[in-house]
Design a protein around this ligand. Structure first.
Ligand SMILES: [Zn+2]
Length: 411
């Protein structure tokens, strides 16, 4: 059997930290829920050291306890220093999964720390942070080598082994600048895996337009070295500068590419049919269109017009399509109604509110409860400043306490 490759989606951390890309906490929560429905292994939910993330993260951890997620791991990101780890657990005591990040390349160490921090200090500080995270209750810890692609291979091996020794679970190989290519990264990851036998995460950026190619090539190298591999992705590829490795595209690559799919395979928990819903929701929540030619979910992914193409596709779709629209869940109803409609939101009243919820099959028999949920709906809409989707309304009605918590931000 080809080795399974797992997915860690970092939309809610790398995606949202990006310039001019914004998400309300309610949308971040919906994304965690959709990623879980899709069978994604882990969501990097945000920054536990950041004050305005605290209520959102704690509310999501409470949702997890309440059974709102089936399998997904919710993980926080911070720097690989004890001060950050301490603060992360002070803010979010129920956090169980953490990734700790530090630069490892000479160019970054010299350029950022300006000679004040030596390599040995970085490794020591990372080790201390990993040990502290373990002491404070982390069940899994990943160590992120920022700019790994421009880091000397032997140094990365030493870093991984020191992390393993300190009790970490995985190394995140960050192609921070998108500088790697599929051939080089395949060789490097294979060598790293053989030397350390330490599970690895591929974290690749798209500055050269190769984020997915580089990620799957790295995953192949990891599989050949006999280690587990996790691909970091974002929804619709949103992320720093030219973006990150796109979730749906890399899943499609593992499933449908000619050679690769014989050697490695997509995590068997993944349901590609959720692609359309999660991509459309992300586009809506981010307020950014999906490019017309986006793999799987772009408007033109299954469109044919030119003479030879249309004729061929009509005779047999396999002449021009690798997979079907249904494989990525297209054909589901749109997020928002397009005909006559009553909506509920920031300025809504009780009658419209009841009408909207009744249409979703949700009835409030207690008047006080209805007023409470309406109040929350008003605040949720104040917070998102976009019409609330049916799934957002369902979440508000089902878990009002957690939604109230994640909407609470006190500067
Ligand atoms: Zn990144």
């Amino acid at each position: 059997m080809p080795r399974e490759i797992y997915f860690i989606d970092v939309t809610n951390r790398d995606g949202v930290q990006t310039s001019r890309i914004l998400l309300p906490k309610l949308a971040k929560t919906m994304i965690n829920i959709y990623l879980d429905e899709m069978g994604v292994f882990q969501s990097e939910i945000g920054f536990p050291t950041l004050r305005h993330e605290k209520n959102y993260i704690n509310a999501n951890l409470a949702l997890e306890k309440a059974g709102a997620f089936r399998r997904i791991r919710l993980e926080g990101w911070c720097r690989a220093i004890t001060g950050d780890v301490e603060l992360a657990f002070r803010n979010c005591p129920d956090l169980r999964h953490l990734n700790l990040s530090v630069s490892t390349s000479d160019i970054m160490i010299n350029g950022k720390f300006q000679g004040k921090t030596a390599w040995a200090d970085i490794v020591e500080s990372m080790g201390k942070a990993v040990r502290l995270a373990r002491e404070l209750g982390a069940e899994t810890v990943g160590i992120n080598a920022e700019d790994a692609s421009r880091t000397d291979l032997q140094r990365l091996i030493d870093f991984a082994l020191a992390g393993k020794e300190a009790g970490a679970d995985r190394l995140r190989y960050c192609d921070t600048l998108g500088a790697d290519d599929p051939i080089t990264i395949h060789e490097r990851i294979r060598a790293l895996g053989l030397a350390t036998k330490f599970p690895i995460e591929m974290h690749c950026h798209n500055d050269l337009g190769m984020a997915e190619a580089v990620s799957v090539a790295g995953a192949l190298g990891a599989a050949e070295a006999g280690i587990d591999c996790y691909i970091n992705t974002t929804l619709n590829g949103y992320g720093e500068r030219c973006g990150n490795c796109d979730l749906v595209s890399s899943m499609l690559a593992l499933k449908y590419s000619q050679g690769l799919s014989r050697k490695i395979q997509c995590d068997r928990h993944v349901d590609l049919k959720k692609s359309w819903k999660v991509a459309k929701y992300s586009s809506y929540a981010f307020g950014l269109p999906i490019p017309i030619n986006q793999p799987g979910v772009g408007a033109n992914a299954f469109a044919h017009e030119s003479g030879i193409h249309a004729d061929g596709a009509l005779k047999d779709r396999r002449n021009y399509e690798l997979y079907d629209p249904e494989d990525v869940g297209r054909g589901e109803p749109e997020l928002l109604e397009t005909g006559r409609i009553i909506t509920t939101g920031e300025y809504g009243g009780i009658k419209g509110f009841r009408h909207v919820y009744n249409r979703l099959g949700i009835y409030f028999h207690d008047d006080g409860e209805a007023r409470n949920i309406l109040d929350l709906v008003q605040y949720a809409n104040l917070h998102t400043q976009k019409p609330l989707t049916d799934d957002e309304l369902r979440l508000i009605a089902k878990h009002p306490d957690m939604v109230r918590q994640l909407l609470s931000v006190n500067p």
